[in-house]
Design a protein around this ligand. Structure first.
Ligand SMILES: *Cc1c(COP(=O)(O)O)cnc(C)c1O
Length: 471
């Protein structure tokens, strides 16, 4: 086993590839080649820094790199953060039976734009428009790629070249790239700000209306709260004002809640109420509190929705068959009165006592894995809705804490991200935290084995097991 001290002693690419293929014959050549190239590149840098290597270590590293490259880049993770609509982790999880239907639709041909009864061309909008109208109480509906696209399409159609009156307290930014003033500029509409950051009155809107006005826009301040001396105009009053001037009102609701939802003393506005208040166009996301796939819904007046469908942008932001297949079945759960079965709603309404029991059981299993290598406990904590929804809302929960006694919590957390499947957990005060609220069915049982594999370097064989009863 020769030690490698300088670059010219590094093995040739071909030779290292053969070594990798002997150890992992299942790996595609493409990834083996890339893994080897990356390994040699890293080795050169290490040698320049005065490091020493062996060919065996290089081969092992290349196998690891090739295996990592062989895995899909977009893949499932276990979300133990307790953030329900985690935008970085894909927002709402979808039920397995709905996804089986999506797979069937996507893997073959489908009725995407085919009318089976008439035997001729149909519209992709027909799969969900009726359901959306039914659940929301609106005349008509349209679904596009996401809510940002819905807002852009609506403003482009209804207000390009004309003015849109918006309260200064509602010039919202969502997740960096969606900002009301910028979307407005992109649509060709002219922003006419009224009122102040904390207070806007009906008279402000009234003064903002002129002969160039096309629309009154209300934006739900979904991801922040203004406290203290504040006032916004109730939707019904805004509708009244718009009617007197013969103007439409649009509301960007953000989350799109279709069931009554009060958490932690805060009630999220419901789509049905906004439609019933007379708002002409309401937009919302499919993958926030609705609990469905990424999509943007527009519901409202038939003539306005029809104009949006005809706008050239509609094609650019149109929704694909996988989304439609998932959204249709999610919306069916709502009209059937079964929306509470959606994973997101299960998580939202998980009761703290049940979460405490799950946390205790999970802690017992994790203790069985870590043995003396960590201190494992159960403490009260708070889950978050996430996705920029209900920002001040805290859901009481119980989490499992794991405080490593060897190495840092950060090192243990990094090992979890490198595991398979990766586990995303929070670190606080030197301990990892696992919130059972965002674990999906089956993951409470799966997690301990995943942790054991990821933390193997720190776990002493023989320490594991036998601790099950100590809760
Ligand atoms: C989330 C949100 C958006 C953007 O919706 P996406 O579905 O992420 O495109 C726009 N407006 C408001 C008020 C939101 O809360």
């Amino acid at each position: 086993m020769g030690e490698i001290a300088e670059r010219r002693q590094l093995p040739a690419v071909q030779r290292l590839m053969e070594a990798v293929q002997r150890q992992a014959p299942d790996l595609p050549r493409h990834w083996v080649h890339r893994g080897v190239a990356e390994t040699l590149e890293a080795a050169r840098r290490r040698l320049e820094a005065g490091g020493r290597l062996t060919e065996e270590a290089l081969a092992a590293e290349a196998v690891g790199r090739a295996r990592a490259l062989d895995r899909p880049h977009l893949r499932p993770v276990i979300n133990a953060t307790g953030v329900l609509i985690h935008t970085n982790l894909g927002r709402s999880p979808l039920p397995a039976d709905i996804m089986a239907h999506v797979a069937a639709v996507a893997a073959g041909y489908s009725t995407l734009e085919f009318d089976l009864e008439a035997g001729r061309r149909g519209s992709r909008h027909d799969h969900v428009a009726g359901l959306l109208a039914e659940v929301s109480g609106a005349e008509a509906a349209l679904v596009v790629n996401n809510n940002a696209a819905a807002v852009l399409l609506a403003l482009s159609t209804l207000a390009a070249g004309r003015e849109v009156v918006v309260s200064r307290g509602q010039l919202v930014e969502i997740g960096g790239s969606f900002r009301v003033p910028e979307v407005m500029a992109q649509s060709g509409a002219i922003l006419h700000e009224v009122g102040a950051t904390n207070k806007t009155h009906l008279a402000d809107y009234e003064r903002g209306i002129n002969e160039r006005t096309a629309l009154l826009l209300k934006v739900h301040t979904s991801n922040f709260r203004v406290l203290g001396f504040t006032a916004q105009v109730p939707t019904a009053q805004l509708v009244g004002l718009a009617r007197r001037h013969g103007l439409p009102v649009m509301e960007d609701l953000g989350s799109g809640v279709l069931l009554p939802l009060t958490l932690d003393g805060y009630t999220e506005p419901q789509v049905q109420e906004v439609v019933a208040a007379g708002v002409d166009v309401v937009t919302f996301s499919g993958d926030k509190l609705l609990g469905g796939p990424q999509a943007g819904a527009v519901v409202g007046r038939r003539d306005l929705i029809a104009a949006m469908k005809r706008h050239p942008l509609a094609r650019a932001v149109r929704v694909d068959k996988m989304t439609l297949a998932a959204l249709e079945l999610v919306l069916r759960r709502y009209v059937e009165g079964r929306a509470e079965e959606l994973p997101l709603w299960q998580m939202l309404h998980a009761d703290p006592e049940g979460l405490r029991r799950r946390a205790r059981r999970l802690a017992a299993r994790i203790r069985g894995v870590t043995g003396a290598a960590a201190r494992v406990g159960v403490v009260p904590d708070q889950s978050q809705v996430g996705g920029g929804s209900m920002p001040a809302t805290r859901l009481p929960t119980w989490v499992v804490t794991v405080e490593p006694l060897a190495a840092s919590a950060e090192a243990w957390e990094a090992a979890l991200r490198a595991g398979e499947p990766p586990v995303i957990a929070r670190v606080q005060h030197g301990a990892l935290r696992f919130d059972p609220r965002t674990l999906l069915p089956g993951q409470d049982r799966q997690l301990p084995a995943v942790l054991a594999a990821a933390w193997a370097p720190w776990l002493t064989p023989g320490m594991a097991d036998g601790d099950e009863h100590k809760v």
